[in-house]
Design a protein around this ligand. Structure first.
Ligand SMILES: [Zn+2]
Length: 62
């Protein structure tokens, strides 16, 4: 009977296996990993936004 086995998921930042019911910052293992991931997401958003103006030559291909 293994039905009570807790589900484990890897933290998106450090890949450490954590239990959903054990982390207050699920799916991250800690607040630190959560902030690191958020920081990367913001940085990527900035980079993509910063690239947009370079493509302004009237062509709006979908
Ligand atoms: Zn982590």
């Amino acid at each position: 009977m293994n039905s009570a086995l807790p589900e484990q998921v890897p933290c998106p930042t450090c890949k450490k296996k954590i239990r959903k019911d054990q982390s207050a910052h699920y799916p991250f293992c800690s607040e630190r990993c959560q902030l690191v991931d958020l920081g990367q997401w913001l940085k990527e958003g900035y980079r993509i936004e910063g690239d947009e103006p370079l493509n302004m030559n009237g062509d709006d291909e979908d």
